[in-house]
Design a protein around this ligand. Structure first.
Ligand code: UD1
Length: 421
């Protein structure tokens, strides 16, 4: 079993380069199967994450082959013959649900099991199912398996009840090879959706409107290969910004798109952190005492991202005053709270609201992460804490951060990964 051991209270200093976004590459890998030509797909700036490896194993099981060359990932999608996603792989990752749209477009049928992924409350897929039905798919469930069939999907108008990121992406991809135009209303506006649109368009799709709440997908007959560079991961960038803030350090982030981080930058500035964007990168410097925040509300983009709620909470545990966090996107995304309490944090939770009373200092403890972003939050807390923190459940963190301990060590953290029985 792997653990991360941190000896806290070192000021971080240095620069960190941000790789491509997990939440871009996962739907993009799924969307790659829409290309039935012999032309290759090359993804530049691809992060080597556990979730990416699982998605590649799923694609391999369907007939796709791949090859890494540094951080370029080349895919040959000419031989996709299988339409059933293996149960064990499907359970490992919720994002495998994205495969329904593209596989339906490519093969006209798909079989998947109910998706797995982070244990952050109930994560239904009703919006995906409703949208696919509107496009003409027949869907039935049998013994935990979902089967979807359609000879050729037909474009339709789809109103999403909630701007779900995954449903928006799945339905965009289903619409690419459909007959006619698919219009998504109340679509999610995340930068990763724009990235997916740009990727699919570079293969020959005709999509516009991503980044706004109305997306139009004009169906085409076939897609080809592409060479495409992924956008940087704004959640990883945000995590390292908070790392600088929580340790009273200074970090320059290279290869970030500051616009994608507007909500995070605004909140960090309110805590007293200095953030400057220049040609050299995004500089985050914390010198004075951190101040509490009246309220942080997680919301769909461009609101404050739910994926940085737990990391932000770690920061607020040592800010001066009382802060409020309201988690509007996912139910049950406060599983890091009992772990932070072991480290001396003072947090009270009622429903979707957490009240955080800043304490002068966190203390090191053995903690176990329940999910990916909670894991990042616990590492951040460990960086600030007095003494030693052991973080268990490291595989969750590897799903979305590439060797996080090496990146933090390179900027001065006392952190290592150990393997213990
Ligand atoms: C994506 C991100 C994840 C991020 C989340 C919200 C990826 C791979 N993952 O997850 O990191 O935390 O967006 O920004 O991109 N919902 C329904 N029915 C559905 C679909 C969703 O009720 O059919 C609900 C969910 O339970 C949740 C909310 O909508 O409460 C948001 O989920 P969604 O935007 O779909 O998140 P994901 O795509 O799963």
């Amino acid at each position: 079993m792997e653990k991360i051991i941190i000896r806290g209270q070192r000021h971080l200093n240095g620069s960190i380069r941000i790789k491509g976004a997990k939440n871009s590459i996962l739907p993009i890998l799924a969307g790659a199967v829409l290309n039935s030509s012999r032309q290759k797909i090359v993804l530049k700036n691809a992060p080597d994450l556990l979730d990416v490896r699982v998605m590649l194993r799923i694609l391999n099981s369907l007939g796709v082959t791949h090859r890494w060359e540094d951080s370029s990932l080349e895919l040959d999608t000419s031989n996709v013959l299988m339409h059933a996603v293996p149960d064990d792989l499907m359970r490992e990752m919720r994002s495998s649900i994205f495969l329904i749209g593209p596989l339906l477009g490519r093969l006209g049928k798909v079989q998947v099991t109910y998706p797995g992924g982070c244990a952050i409350g109930p994560r239904p897929i009703d919006l995906h199912i409703k949208g696919l039905k509107a496009l003409g798919a027949t869907i039935w469930e049998d013994a935990g398996r979902i089967s979807v069939k359609a000879d050729r999907l037909r474009g339709a108008d789809i109103h999403l009840d909630f701007p779900s990121v995954g449903a928006t992406e799945n339905l965009m991809m289903a619409g690419v090879l459909a007959k006619g135009t698919t219009t998504l209303y109340n679509a999610a506006k995340e930068p990763e959706i724009v990235d997916l649109q740009n990727f699919l368009n570079s293969m020959g799709a005709k999509i516009n409107g991503a980044g706004t709440s109305i997306i139009r997908v004009h169906g085409v007959d076939a897609l080809g290969g592409t060479v495409y560079r992924l956008i940087p991961d704004r959640i990883v960038a945000g995590t390292f910004m908070i790392a600088a803030a929580i340790t009273g350090g200074q970090i320059i982030l290279k290869d970030v798109i500051p616009d994608h981080l507007d909500a995070v930058i605004a909140k960090l500035r309110e805590t007293g952190v200095e953030i400057v964007s220049s040609d050299a990168g995004l500089k985050v410097a914390a010198t004075g005492k951190l101040q509490a925040l009246d309220t942080v509300r997680t919301l769909p983009y461009p609101g404050f991202p739910t994926d940085l709620q737990a990391p932000m909470m770690s920061l607020l545990t040592i800010a001066e005053g009382t802060s409020l966090i309201i988690e509007n996107v996912f139910e049950g995304r406060f599983k890091h709270v009992p772990e932070l309490r072991r480290m001396n944090a003072n947090i009270f939770v009622e429903g979707r609201t957490a009240v955080i009373k800043g304490v002068p200092m966190l203390t090191g403890a053995t903690v176990e992460t329940p999910d990916l972003r909670a894991g990042a939050a616990l590492i951040l807390a460990g960086l600030a804490a007095q003494g030693t923190t052991k973080v268990l459940g490291v595989h969750h963190i590897d799903r979305g951060y590439e060797k996080i301990e090496e990146q933090l060590k390179a900027v001065g953290a006392d952190i290592k990964r150990i393997r213990e029985p």
